[in-house]
Every structure is written in structure tokens, then in C-alpha cells.
Design a protein around this ligand. Structure first.
Ligand code: PLP
Length: 368
């Protein structure tokens, strides 16, 4: 917030336009933020970073562009049962508008992606694999390096939804060889309304723009428009300059803490939380496959997650209750809703103790 206020107070002006000092300063701050996002995901080139209003818009940007270029009727887009609605619905729209086939790779009994089934579903018709890095509803971690490798062998491009991964682990898009990698700022301790698409330059250069208008053009006549080069071609209109400044501050914060500390902190809390929840009779952790990250998703016998959320709130314990924008996954797990405690940098064991006490109180209230 301090960074946003300072940025706005010092240079509140639009980017890439005015010849005046303030616009120049704003543009410098904006483009420096692009550098910081580039370093954060280890992109090779600065132009490979495009700012959006979040992961949802980022996936829509790629889906729209591919729907206008690469994808044709009969082509397959392969997703998984672990996806957030944001990585399901844009592909359904392409199914309904241009006739692609949407194929869904299943999870196994442990809640992780069934890699054998995934591999079988890759066909010469698979043009894109769109998978989450970490499932927001359960915390299941996908083996994205293996997924990219298999998909590339099959000739498909890969989009990774990194929304839940970027706050929990260092991401190196070059090492992963991801074609597109997207995330939102607000899951990274940054502001809402800002997100990023990383896309390999060679692919972004041929991807049609998702939105058109000011700032993304090189020249316009009433007859014809030439677009700017990447990344500006994908950033039509006035961008969220304050959001971009806030995102940079969030990335700086992560950098200061360092991944070693962040990973160790998360590991400690996850182990503590899993043991604690497994130790309460009537509480069931939702399976997350071989590796769990970030969240503890669970149910309590005889208490609807919404009721649980309300009771926990009275003890100042804030959890998310519901389908987590992943209705197909919850349905597959035989659930309508779950309770989900998300573990952040600001949490400690005391918070998990408070969660336990609040669950016990809810069970008492419900006579369980
Ligand atoms: N993908 C995943 C895995 C998410 O968890 C979310 C948000 O919860 C999204 C996509 C959508 O992000 P946003 O709402 O910031 O666009």
C-alpha cells in the first residue's frame, strides 16, 4: 500500500503517452515493474511479460488468441479435473464457438493427477494442454515439468495456471519450458486487479490481441490499423499502473524473505496442520495426491462447511467455505463444498491451534 501511495503521489500520470515529465516517470515505473515480473518468473525476454487484470483475464487472453489462430474445429484442448473455473470456461467457450474438443484428464484415488491417464489422452489432435500448477481447492501439486515434456513430445503447446504456485515456490518458466504461464497479483500478497501472462516471444508474436484500442496500436486510419509489437499489443487502454507498482512491491517482499525461508515455513505449517486435522475425530482432509501445497481442504462430519465457516469466523478464524470455483473437482470428490484453510507467510502454529480450537467448538455446538 505504501508503494502504491508513494507511486501515485509522486507520478500519477498515464504511461507510454504524454511527453511530460510525470508520464515519463510513470512509464519508467511501469516498465521497471515488467522487469521485476520478468526476473520473478525468470523469463528470457522482457517483452514476454504482459500485464492483465488477473489470471482469469490472462487465460482468456491466451484462449481468445489461440481460438483465432492455432485452434480449429476438431482440435483438442486437454485440461485436468483439478482446474479452477477460470481454466475451464474459456475452453468451453471455444468448444461452443469454434468446435474444439475439450478433454479432461482425471485425478486418481489419492487426489493427484493420474499421469498414466494424462499421457494416454495426449493425441496428435491435442494442440494445447492447459493445467494448473497447484490446485486451489485441494493444494494438489501437478508435476508440471513432466506435463510440459509429455505435451511437447506430442506437439502441443502448454499453458500453466500458476495462480496458486507463485506464492509458494520459485517459478522458472525457462526451466519448465512453459509456453504460457499466468498468475494473479493478489495471491502473491499484491493488490487485486493485476495479473501477468508470460508467453514465449515466438508464440506471443503470432497471437492475435484479445482487446483492441488505445496504446496497443502503432498506427490507425479509418481503413486500417497496425498493432504495436509485444508486449504492448496485448495491453489495450490505460493499464492498472497503481496495481503494477503494488505487484512490484509484493515481488520485492518475496525476494527479501527468500524462497528457502518461505518453503521451510510452509512445510512446517503444512506438516503441523495435516497432523492436527488428522488428529480430530470426524475431520477429513481432502486428498491432494503425492504433494500438497498451500492449503488444507477438509470436511467435518455433520457440519456443513458454510456453517463451519460462520462459527470459525466468530473465533476470528477466517477460512474459505464452498466449492472454491472448482465445482467439477468437488463433484468428482463426491463433495458439494469443503472448508479450506490457506496458509500464508503471516500464519504461524498459533493460528492452526486457533483453527483446531474453533473446529472443536463447532463440533460441540453441533453435538458431534
Ligand atoms: N486459477 C486458480 C488456480 C485460482 O486459484 C484462481 C483464483 O482463485 C484463478 C485461477 C483466478 O484468479 P483471479 O480471480 O485472480 O483472476
Amino acid at each position: 500500500l505504501d508503494a502504491i501511495l508513494a507511486g501515485c503521489a509522486a507520478t500519477y500520470s498515464n504511461v507510454h503517452r504524454g511527453a511530460h515529465f510525470l508520464s515519463g516517470e510513470s512509464t519508467t515505473a511501469f516498465e521497471k515493474a515488467r522487469e521485476s515480473a520478468q526476473k520473478f518468473v525468470h523469463a528470457k525476454r522482457l517483452e514476454e511479460i504482459v500485464f492483465t487484470k488477473g489470471a482469469t483475464e490472462a487465460i482468456n487472453l491466451v484462449a481468445f488468441g489461440l481460438g483465432q489462430s492455432l485452434l480449429k474445429a476438431g482440435d483438442q484442448v486437454l485440461i485436468t479435473e483439478l482446474e479452477h473455473h477460470a481454466n475451464i470456461v474459456p475452453w468451453q467457450i471455444l468448444r461452443d464457438t469454434i468446435g474444439i474438443e475439450l478433454v479432461v484428464a482425471p485425478i486418481d484415488a489419492s487426489g493427484g493427477l493420474d499421469m498414466a491417464e494424462f499421457a494416454k489422452l495426449l493425441t496428435p489432435r491435442t494442440k494445447l494442454v492447459a493445467v494448473t500448477h497447484i490446485a486451489n481447492a485441494t493444494g494438489a501439486v501437478n508435476p508440471v515439468a513432466d506435463i510440459v515434456h509429455l505435451a511437447h513430445e506430442a506437439g502441443a503447446q502448454v499453458l500453466i495456471d500458476g495462480s496458486q504456485a507463485v506464492p509458494h515456490r520459485a517459478v522458472d518458466v525457462q526451466a519448465l519450458d512453459a509456453d504460457y504461464y499466468v498468475f494473479s497479483g493478489h495471491k502473491l500478497y499484491g493488490p487485486t486487479g493485476i495479473g501477468v501472462v508470460y508467453g514465449k516471444a515466438a508464440l506471443m508474436e503470432v497471437l492475435p490481441p484479445y482487446q483492441t484500442g488505445g496504446d496497443m496500436i502503432a498506427s490507425v486510419t479509418f481503413e486500417h490499423t497496425d498493432f504495436q509489437d509485444i508486449p504492448h499489443r496485448f495491453e489495450a487502454g490505460t493499464p492498472d499502473i497503481a496495481g503494477v507498482i503494488g505487484l512490484t512491491a509484493a515481488i520485492d517482499y518475496i525476494d527479501q524473505l527468500g524462497w528457502d525461508w518461505i518453503r521451510a515455513h510452509e512445510r512446517e505449517l503444512l506438516d503441523y496442520g495435516v497432523e492436527m486435522l488428522n488428529g480430530i475425530a470426524g475431520v477429513h482432509l481432502v486428498g491432494a495426491g503425492a504433494e500438497r501445497s498451500g492449503v488444507l481442504s477438509f470436511t467435518v462430519d455433520g457440519i456443513h462447511p458454510h456453517d463451519l465457516g460462520t462459527i470459525l469466523d466468530q473465533s476470528n478464524v477466517a477460512i474459505r467455505a464452498g466449492n472454491h470455483c472448482a465445482q467439477p473437482l468437488l463433484a468428482k470428490l463426491g463433495l458439494y463444498a469443503s472448508a479450506r484453510a490457506s496458509l500464508g507467510l503471516y500464519n504461524d502454529r498459533g493460528d492452526l491451534d486457533a483453527l483446531k480450537a474453533a473446529i472443536l467448538r463447532a463440533q460441540e455446538l453441533f453435538g458431534r
